[in-house]
Design a protein around this ligand. Structure first.
Ligand SMILES: [Zn+2]
Ligand SMILES: [Zn+2]
Length: 573
């Protein structure tokens, strides 16, 4: 059997849908998209459905799609898709992502003008070739060019959690090289933005040529786009572009500052500089009158010279950080080391892959003082949710284990589902015995703002709920937040002293940075939880902490920075 991830399988089905659409086939593309969508959001490995011969239990998967899934899982390949691909050049599929261009127009461009790539399309629109086709005119060309520009701009955003390990690994390999004196990630990944366009790395070396040779030959690099002495661009997996720049040591700080951004933050800084008749650029902070360099080697010197406290990368979004740095009011941000435990993890009792024992062991090794096992409750059938008697059984298992572990406390919890009316799917006489009750929404996303807000507010009024899981429901690159009056939720959380979650699962990061920023106006606590489904997933706490930092949170706002004793006090345990 081959190792194909849910995401990869979903992408193959999406591709089939695109190709069928180009062929002019009706209805089928929608069926494939629906199945792909559902597979990409499955919380357990599709192989489990395959092994249990239950592929058709996945929503949108009928007999015909199930057969194709079997072939992909067994062989890693799909004959049907290979045949479809033969009919069209690759570029045509990419062109389908440009807004306003349907398959009919694309086929016309292809058949009559031979346009088989985004670049060729652009050329033809600029040269006035498209207006010669029946049914098209100057306006169509103008629209195509506008949409094409927008497409290029937003083409591909990567999820931080998927890219950060790759980028850190490259950074580490560079820093291990004997000729590399300094190296640092820059750009949005250094600011820990939730999605990333490309990766920037800066280095200092006395032998740039050797470093560029080394870098462009690393096994992770799939293709070299350009290679020079001071800058090389390469492509790593899944079309991720990475730029490496080798910088003079004297200007490493200013280059790092410049390439870290954000653009808006840098504009403000440059204004501050020019107020003093200085010039700030990637080469340094320079006095215009004397042409002397004021700062450049270290970032900190640049900020300090401009009369500012040092601003950490996560805050550089022009959300008031410059003013705060001027007046000495920057927040004392939460740090990774402040986290004492994790209050939302899954095990193989529902859709996680580890036993309770294994995940507790991992958490203990990370130095955590507490961990809450919160598997899914019964109405989430796709995740093997627990019914009331299974919850009881699990509770007794957990209390047995808790006695064995000396340095970590294991809490019994549940991730209950909030139904459309705001009720939880676990009976009260079970809920009252659990330590941690998370209420989450996993279905019925399409309600009006009023209905959705009421639904959540109702759930928050449940006597036993401890915290509201992934409050806005968004999934990066997949699903927007549901319609929701978040300020109202914040108000109620303050009133009821209920905890809201910052879910650190890579696709979620929910609450997001801006939600966290706004939450500071309300007096309630946030718990940063990984929602780990594997033991590796516990490491995603970093992503949650970065998001909290981007949202200006200090440790006082975060529940799971509390000691075990204080946590128990806060939750009346
Ligand atoms: Zn959940
Ligand atoms: Zn969960």
């Amino acid at each position: 059997m081959s190792h194909v991830s849910n995401k990869k399988i979903a992408n193959l089905l999406f591709e089939i849908a695109d190709l069928l659409e180009l062929k002019g086939v009706q209805f089928k593309p929608r069926a494939y998209r629906r199945a792909a969508q559902n597979i990409s959001t499955l919380s357990k490995d599709i192989k489990r459905f395959y092994e249990e011969k239950k592929l058709q239990d996945i929503e949108g998967v009928g007999e015909s799609i199930a057969e194709k899934l079997e072939e992909i899982i067994e062989t890693g390949d799909l004959e049907y898709l290979n045949d479809l691909r033969k009919d069209f050049p690759e570029g045509l599929q990419e062109m389908m992502n440009i807004q306003g261009l349907g398959p009919k127009s694309l086929m016309k461009f292809y058949e009559e003008l031979g346009l088989d790539s985004v670049d060729h399309l652009e050329e033809a629109a600029k040269n006035g070739e498209i207006r010669k086709l029946e049914g098209f005119g100057k306006t169509s060309e103008k629209n195509i060019l506008e949409n094409l520009e927008r497409y290029r701009k937003y083409k591909k955003r990567f999820i931080l959690g998927e890219i950060l390990p790759i980028a850190k690994n490259l950074e580490k390999q560079l820093s291990n090289h004997e000729d590399v004196k300094r190296v640092n990630l820059a750009g949005s990944i250094r600011r820990r933005k939730e999605t990333i366009g490309d990766v920037d790395i800066l280095a200092v070396s006395s032998n740039p040529k050797k470093i560029m040779d080394y870098f462009t030959n690393l096994p992770e690099i799939e293709r070299v786009v350009s290679k020079g002495i001071t800058k090389s661009t390469v492509i790593a997996q899944e079309n991720l572009h990475i730029d490496l720049r080798v910088i003079e040591e004297e200007s490493f700080g200013s280059a790092l500052q410049y390439f870290t951004g954000s653009k808006e933050h840098n504009i403000e800084l440059r204004t501050l500089a020019s107020d003093k008749e200085w010039k700030l650029s990637e080469y340094g902070l320079i006095d215009m009158k004397t042409t002397k360099t004021i700062a450049g080697k270290e970032e900190k010197e640049i900020y300090n010279s401009l009369g500012l406290d040092y601003i950490v990368p996560e805050l550089r979004e022009n959300r008031g950080e410059i003013q705060a740095a001027k007046s000495g009011d920057l927040p004392d941000l939460i740090k990774k080391g402040d986290i004492v435990g994790d209050l939302h993890v899954h095990t193989n009792w529902s859709d996680g892959s580890q036993s309770i024992d294994e995940i507790v062991q991992t958490a203990q090794n990370m130095g955590y003082k507490y961990l809450a096992i919160c598997d899914h409750a019964k109405s989430l059938q796709i995740a093997d949710g627990l019914n009331d008697s299974e919850i009881k059984k699990q509770m007794s298992e957990i209390s047995k284990l808790d006695k064995i572990y000396k340095s970590i406390t294991v809490f019994s919890g549940i991730e209950a589902n909030i139904d459309k009316k705001g009720k939880l799917d676990v009976r009260k006489n079970i809920l009252k015995d659990l330590d941690i009750v998370i209420g989450s929404i996993h279905s019925g996303f399409k309600l009006s703002e009023k209905e959705m807000t009421n639904r959540i507010v109702n759930a928050m009024h449940n006597d036993y709920i401890t915290l509201l899981g992934h409050p806005t429901g968004r999934l990066l690159n997949q699903r927007e937040s549901y319609n929701l009056d978040l300020n109202k939720i914040f108000e109620i959380a303050e009133k009821l002293e209920l905890v809201l979650e910052l879910n650190a699962y890579p696709q979620r990061l929910d609450l997001n940075d801006i939600n966290c920023f706004n939450s500071r106006d309300y007096n309630f606590l946030i718990s940063i939880n990984t929602d780990a489904h594997t033991k590796d997933g516990l490491k995603n706490m970093d992503l949650g902490v970065s998001t909290a930092r981007r949202g200006w949170l200090d440790k006082g706002k975060v529940l799971n920075t509390k000691s075990l004793e204080d946590l128990k006090k806060h939750l009346n345990l």
